[in-house]
Design a protein around this ligand. Structure first.
Ligand SMILES: O=C(O)CCC(=O)C(=O)O
Ligand SMILES: [Fe+2]
Length: 359
């Protein structure tokens, strides 16, 4: 995440425009400006629906969903609009370090879990049916590949379990806050290095509680490596002048948990280093749980963005010519997580996302 004009600082809400916010942040722009697109984007504007995108069912977003008001949850409105309105949100906010840790998994209730749990036979049948839908690769645009259903079932459960444990410990999930009181509609945890949304920079500890981010589990790195390999094998097979992506050795992983009301405004991931960008080192993103409507495009103008669903098990890679693409999550589709996953991993309603980068 991170970055630049838009960083994960989605949107504008009228009262926030007066607040102290970093120059050039997405907060700074008026609603109208955001609809029109940035006046000084670092990327050139181009219309983006290539025939390939159409062929891969990438569709233009519905305008009503992309209203910037939806992308930010100012304090005071969070109870009705933001992630806090759902029963499963209880993470600490910014410097509010006394709050209970946020648990991405449901509390086990022994009394009712017996009655509600589905039979093993049923779960296995569903798992088999899911596995029959083979993984496939989708070329979204130069430098951007979507590996559908790349994460194995057991890996998905393992990733959730590990993130749950890390998330309730030191350096675990919190609601990123801003000095101006606006906060993102998600819970965040950093692995490897801390990304600070206020200064938009990486550090060894997070400023509000001095906690050190947990390290990136080795198994996560291995999956990233396999995904890069699969993506490059696919690009090689495609041939033509399609660029392959340089290998990533991630030292940062940002973990986001979106409740069903979670969102993330269009932004660029541009707080990593120049050598990282110059090499076009990709961002590798894992999706687990409920499906996200993911937007991407050449500007922060939501009306010009393309849209693709990210389902549980999907891995999205954007590097090379797409490394600085604008991207965001316009909504989470409730009740779309596979039943076998919610049964086994007991993930709360919502979506877990991990983005790996190299500083
Ligand atoms: O949730 C996602 O798919 C995107 C997350 C993201 O863009 C970020 O963390 O910077
Ligand atoms: Fe991002």
């Amino acid at each position: 995440m991170a970055g630049g004009d838009g960083i994960r600082t989605p949107a504008t809400f009228p009262p926030l425009q007066k607040a102290r916010i970093p120059r050039g942040s997405f907060h700074e722009k008026s609603l109208e400006q955001q609809k029109k697109g940035p006046s000084s984007s670092s990327l050139s504007v181009s219309s983006n629906n290539s025939p390939l995108q159409m062929a891969t069912q990438v569709v233009q977003p519905q305008k009503s969903l992309e209203s910037p008001q939806h992308m930010v949850t100012p304090v005071g409105l969070s109870e009705s609009l933001g992630s806090r309105s759902t029963p499963c949100s209880s993470g600490s906010v910014g410097s509010d370090s006394g709050a209970a840790p946020f648990d991405i998994c449901k509390k086990r209730d022994n009394k009712c879990s017996f009655k509600l749990s589905r039979s093993l036979l049923e779960i296995n049948r569903e798992k088999r049916r899911e596995m029959e839908q083979f993984s496939k690769e989708i070329y979204l645009r130069p430098g951007m590949v979507l590996l559908k259903k790349f994460l194995k079932h057991d890996d998905q459960v393992d990733i959730i379990t590990r993130c749950q444990k890390l998330g309730v410990g030191s350096g675990g999930f919190y609601t990123p806050g801003y000095r101006d009181g606006a906060k993102l509609s998600l819970q965040m945890m950093c692995l490897g290095k801390n990304w600070d949304p206020n200064s938009r920079s990486y550090g060894d500890t997070r400023p509000f509680d001095e906690a050190q981010p947990p390290s990136i589990p080795e198994v996560f790195r291995k999956i990233v490596k396999d995904a890069m390999q699969a993506s490059n094998d696919f690009l090689k097979k495609k041939g033509g002048d399609v660029e392959e992506l340089p290998p990533l050795s991630p030292d940062i992983c940002l973990v986001n948990f979106y409740t069903i009301s979670g969102k993330l405004g269009l932004h660029q991931d541009k707080d990593e280093t120049k050598p990282s960008f110059d090499k076009g080192l990709p961002v590798v993103s894992f999706s687990l749980g409920d499906t996200a409507e993911f937007l991407y495009g050449d500007t922060s103008n939501v009306d010009k963005a393309s849209k693709v669903d990210l389902e549980s098990g999907d891995v999205l890679i954007f590097g090379g010519k797409s490394r600085l693409i604008f991207h965001g999550v316009s909504r989470i589709k409730p009740n779309t997580a596979p039943n076998w996953l919610t049964d086994k991993a007991e993930l709360r309603p919502g979506r877990l996302n991990l983005t790996f980068r190299q500083h």
